[in-house]
Design a protein around this ligand. Structure first.
Ligand code: ATP
Ligand code: MG
Length: 332
């Protein structure tokens, strides 16, 4: 065996060859642009599963590929704004003014320094009060939808990604009502699937009563560590339950992904050839090639009529019947 061949067989050499192959495949691709704006809500009431990281990096990957992309930061933590290098100090006009003071989105929109065509509606700390202030407003569940439709009639975007807080309150409901697609990031960890049934129930209720166009189109597995059996078990289980929705791309646990936001950058521009960047670009490519799913939502497990937070009992929904949910079983 030649020295070259032996070298080829080392794990490091294989990894480098694999990264090169993936980089070349991505470079050769041209992503199709959607015929109409695709609006995604990135939701999971579980904290720290990669919602913001996914929002920012998918948006950056699609913008890099030539799409016009808008990120709406709907989390008072403002992490998506930070990660995109967007000013979101308290006095900055923000999504709070859009929701509560009827300010046009066009008056608060900022453009990312990273990629042409990447824009952001920032969140400031004021948004923390919006959950309560919204309760007394007219059409409180539809306010984001109305503002977004108005913006889109003036400024076309190919994609809109709404980054949600880790809760199922009125802010998240506004995001579900404004979107047609839900993207759920699932962390490849123990407990990752807990609460998923409740999330799916709430989405189903929104679909039935507030937004018939809503569907869970995409599930993305995040923070995957191939060395652990547990991560592989979570991957297999999610793919088994959601074969159509789960992307083939897996987002690895990666230091480069976690350090990019501290430079106000996505990993796509911070370290474009790193495994994390390639994975997010592959996920973006899959989303673009799959296109928007057909109008009918896939069947989701429905357990009991969940009570939507922030919605008074008088407007709670009629009891669903005939559906069994087993999704949380075994994960509690
Ligand atoms: P929250 O519920 O608080 O909004 P989140 O669901 O938006 O959280 P992120 O903020 O995206 O989650 O990620 C949580 C933490 O994990 C962050 O510190 C982030 O940098 C880190 N992280 C996310 N994805 C990865 C990854 N693939 N590899 C390593 N670290 C990651
Ligand atoms: Mg977040």
């Amino acid at each position: 065996m030649s020295i070259e061949n032996r070298f080829d067989e080392t794990p490091l050499a294989r990894e480098i060859a694999d990264l090169t192959r993936r980089r070349v495949a991505l470079a050769e691709q041209q992503l199709p642009l959607p015929g109409r704006t695709r609006v995604f809500t990135i939701a999971n009431q579980k904290g720290g599963v990669g919602k913001t990281t996914t929002t920012v990096n998918l948006a950056a990957a699609l913008a890099q590929a030539g799409a016009r992309v808008l990120v709406i930061d709907l989390d008072p933590q403002g992490n998506a704004s930070t990660a995109l290098g967007i000013d979101h100090r308290a006095e900055t006009p923000s999504v709070y003014d859009v929701l509560i003071n009827d300010v046009d989105m066009a008056d608060v929109i900022q453009y990312s320094p990273e990629f042409e065509g990447l824009a952001c509606i920032p969140a400031t700390i004021h948004l923390a009060g919006a959950e309560i202030e919204l309760v007394s407003l007219v059409a409180r569940e539809q306010r984001l939808r109305g503002a977004l439709q108005h913006l889109l009639s003036q400024q076309p975007f190919h994609y809109v990604f709404i980054d949600c807080p880790p809760s199922l309150g009125l802010l998240t409901i506004n995001a579900f009502v404004a979107a047609r697609e839900v993207l759920i990031p699932i962390q490849c960890e123990y407990y990752a699937l807990e609460g998923l049934s409740q999330l799916l129930n709430n989405i189903k209720l929104i679909e039935r009563h507030l937004n018939p166009d809503l569907a869970v189109s995409t599930i993305l597995l995040t923070m995957y560590d191939s060395r652990t059996n547990l991560a592989n078990q979570v991957v297999n289980e999610v793919r088994e339950h959601f074969p159509r929705e789960t992307l083939r791309a897996l987002i690895p646990r990666s230091v480069r992904i976690s350090e990019a936001p501290s430079y106000g950058q996505s990993v796509i521009s911070y370290d474009g050839n790193s495994p994390g960047s390639l994975s997010y670009r592959e996920a973006a490519s899959e989303i673009a090639h799959r296109g928007e799913p057909a109008a009918t939502a896939p069947p989701q497990p429905v357990e009991q009529p969940a009570q939507l937070p922030g919605v008074p009992v008088s407007t709670q929904f009629a009891e669903e019947s005939g559906h069994e949910s087993s999704y949380d079983e075994g994960h509690n």
